[in-house]
Ligand binder design. Sequence first.
Ligand code: UT7
Length: 316
Amino acid sequence: MPIIPKTAINGAITGWGRALPEKVVTNSDLAKTMDTSDEWIRERTGIERRHIGGTTASLSIESGRKAIEMAGVDPSTIDALILSTTTPDRTVPATSAAVQHGLGLRCGAFDVNAACSGFVYGLVTAHGLIAIGMKKILVIGTDTLSRITDWSDRNTAILFADGSGAAVVEAVEGPGQLLGWDIDADGSLEDLLYAEIGGTLYMEGKEVFRRAVRIMVDSAEKSLKAAGLTTSDVALVAPHQANLRIIEAACKRLDIPMSKAAWVGNETGNTSSASIPLALFDAADNNRLKTGDIVLLVGFGAGMTAASAVIKWKQP
Ligand code: UT7
């Protein structure tokens, strides 16, 4: 379990942005074309509607632009762009190339694919780059899962959707925001949730559910331990928005009340890489966070990956 050296240069989120496609698809819309119902989807997942449309680059440019504007930084001074996505627009090059160009950045740009854990992987990587000298990094989590969803498969079509969330992370002098982190993966489980190149998503839902709770709890505990904190210190959890029941089960095991969990999945469905930033920045925009609050970001996803980060919120 890596402990952040006290002497390491740390960072802080200074701006953020969110983007959701305009088109809304409700549970009742889905029930018109497959054997499901609004009631079943709400009860089993907490999802009520989702946004569908756009490309990974277009949504990333929208959320990234908002984050840059909020941080008030000159795009040409950003040192790196990290785009977390599991749905790139092209096989080659990385979608971060189109996003870098679209935002007028002049910096290194690369994609990270750790499925729904990817935004936290990106955030941790950004802090690593800051520790070795970078000053400003744009981290974006975007997925357009609707493009790899089989819209006749009720096992997956009720869950997956499109969206994007972005953060500018800047180096700070003195104590920074990242207190503890964990990234994890168990590649032996890759067949539980996958899409072949050009194909659609296959998922063993029950098994993913069972393992998700366990690996979220495990990762969260590792990050909190690395930060020298316990769950009672946590003011807000921004978990991966896959299924409200998974979040409830994980929070119960962690002994964190659901009142401290950020949940936007009712509105967004499962947007993979975008889900944690959408939840976190919805909470921030709705005044649920103040400087000094301990925030736990925790995700899991195909791979099977898991990642978490404990941050001390600093209101920009
Ligand atoms: O980003 C990570 C990605 N994935 C996840 O996190 C997904 C994790 N898994 C889940 O969220 C849940 O397992 C699902 C939402 C996919 C399924 O919920 P469940 O409570 O595990 O349902 P189930 O598969 O046990 O099915 C219960 C019943 C079955 O009927 P019987 O056998 O009891 O008669 C299913 O045939 O519900 C039926 N069913 C449905 N009914 C209406 C399954 N899917 C649907 C549906 N609409 N969409």
